[in-house]
Design a protein around this ligand. Structure first.
Ligand SMILES: [Zn+2]
Length: 211
């Protein structure tokens, strides 16, 4: 049996959906449900359905929340970009934006603020929704915000090896952890000085498929 793995940003274990999902199935209080995988009446997708009680275990996409966080108080007047070097797999050692899975009972803005605090000990202000990315191949939706760093006091959080405030020209483009990090940083440049704009979606280069 495959060990349950910790879900990770933009990757999923390379096991079939039904096997991965079987690790996540809830148990009834008086024992296990008797699940079988089948298409319920009137449905279009195969689900884990309990043969005893009819409970249907729906599995839906995960939501990731994060931010392009900028600091505007540098002595030279140049914008700095907050980035974190990942201390955990996948893509350990590569640079990313503060982002992670939304928790139950949490608003998307609170989730983005929490991630910035956890990964970079950063206090941020959410300014606008920058982009919504649909990563259908990994059943993930990402909400990326445009945010402002309220104080340059940042520190390495538990999931980071290093945190940094990069000038635009120093962003480590060749060492980014995920395609959507590049998308968000690139799209941010277009609206860096624009207070009101329409959120971006997947750039044409990908359109929800792996690159
Ligand atoms: Zn049951």
């Amino acid at each position: 049996m495959t060990k349950p793995r910790v879900p990770s940003l933009e990757t999923q274990p390379a096991v079939p959906d039904e096997e991965r999902n079987a690790n996540l199935l809830p148990r009834s209080t008086n024992g296990a449900h008797a699940f079988s995988l089948r298409v319920p009446d009137g449905d279009t997708h195969a689900r884990h359905v309990c043969d005893d009680c009819g409970y249907i275990h729906y599995v839906n996409p995960k939501i990731v929340v994060g931010s392009v966080v900028t600091w505007h108080g540098a002595d030279d007047g140049e914008i700095r970009y907050l980035m974190c070097r990942r201390a955990i797999e996948p893509r350990k050692g590569f640079w990313t934006l503060p982002a992670g899975y939304l928790e139950n009972g949490e608003t998307t803005e609170d989730g983005a603020r929490r991630e910035a605090h956890e990964e970079a000990c950063a206090d941020i202000r959410i300014d606008a929704l920058l982009a919504v990315y649909s990563l259908a191949h990994i059943s993930q939706v990402q909400l990326m915000y445009k945010a402002t760093l309220l104080s340059p006091d940042i520190a390495v959080g538990e999931e980071s090896l290093e945190v940094a405030l990069f000038r635009k020209e120093d962003i480590p483009w060749d060492d980014l952890a995920f395609p959507s990090v590049r998308w968000a940083l690139t799209q941010f440049q277009e609206v860096a000085e624009t207070p009101v704009f329409a959120p971006f979606t997947n750039p044409a280069e990908m359109d929800g498929k792996p690159d």
